[in-house]
Design a protein. Structure first.
Ligand SMILES: Nc1ncnc2c1ncn2[C@@H]1O[C@H](COP(=O)(O)OP(=O)(O)OP(=O)(O)O)[C@@H](O)[C@H]1O
Length: 234
């Protein structure tokens, strides 16, 4: 396995406000990583820094051996970073099919392949974005990222506000994308147990820095550590 993504001592934030403080982590080819931590520790900011929406004051972000720290977002997307934002950002007045095709580029993922992956989107292909349930919107947001042919999916709280049965369906789809399609992923998730089920490795943030890094299954099995780091009763 080779390293595809690395944060080397990254200090980043918004304006003069520092949120990530000399943060280090790396990701191997095909690996999925959970970003855990209490509210406000910088999880979303880490994803925003990966896609190029923050100010990096120090350190470097490396993707497939290249220093992308100063690259604009669109260049990062072209280089294989697939962004699934927290707000889903589905276009409300476009149909499912238009949402999928509006930013599509030629490549391995076609409309039919996305529909094969999410049959529910095929059924809803003529519905407008604002007629979809939360779960369908999330599928559409992932489908839209797939249409940019990512090598790494960045998922910000993909199951937020969804019914438990949809959460299970989405978590299974995300796992399948990693295992069957070989996509790497970085997942920010409020539910640590679910996040650990979905990923190979996890890091835990506190005040913008990594306080724990290790295999997801080991952290999931260590209830005392999990509770100490995140304050969750499991
Ligand atoms: N656009 C922004 N401009 C200025 N400060 C911001 C911005 N977005 C987030 N912050 C601040 O950065 C800090 C970290 O926020 P972030 O959303 O990254 O944390 P988080 O761990 O994802 O939190 P949560 O679990 O609540 O979503 C917070 O103090 C927040 O107020």
């Amino acid at each position: 396995m080779s390293e595809v993504l690395a944060f080397d001592h990254v200090t980043a934030g918004y304006g003069n406000a520092v949120v990530l403080d000399r943060l280090d982590f790396s990701l191997q080819q095909g690996e999925s990583l959970a970003i855990l931590g209490r509210n406000g520790v910088g999880k979303t900011t880490l994803l925003e820094t990966l896609i190029g929406n923050t100010r990096v004051m120090q350190g470097a972000v490396r993707w497939q051996g290249e220093d992308i720290t100063r690259w604009p977002s669109h260049r990062r997307v072209r280089a294989g970073l697939g962004w699934v934002p927290q707000e889903r950002e589905v276009f409300p007045s476009l149909t499912v099919e238009e949402n999928l095709t509006v930013i599509a580029r030629p490549g391995g993922w076609t409309l039919q392949r996305v529909y094969g992956f999410f049959p529910r989107l095929r059924e809803r292909r003529s519905n407008y974005g604002n007629q979809l349930s939360g779960g369908e919107q999330q599928m559409l947001a992932i489908g839209r990222a797939l249409m940019t042919h990512p090598k790494l999916l960045l998922l910000d709280e993909p199951t937020e506000g969804l019914a438990p049965i949809i959460v299970e369906e989405l978590a299974a789809a995300i796992r399948r994308l990693c295992e069957a399609e070989g996509l790497a992923s970085v997942v920010v998730e409020q539910h640590p147990v679910l996040a650990l089920e979905m990923t190979h490795r996890a890091i835990v943030l506190e005040r913008g820095t990594v306080v724990h890094a290790g295999p997801s299954n080991e952290l999931a099995a260590d209830h005392g550590l999990l509770e100490g780091l995140l304050g969750v009763g499991v």
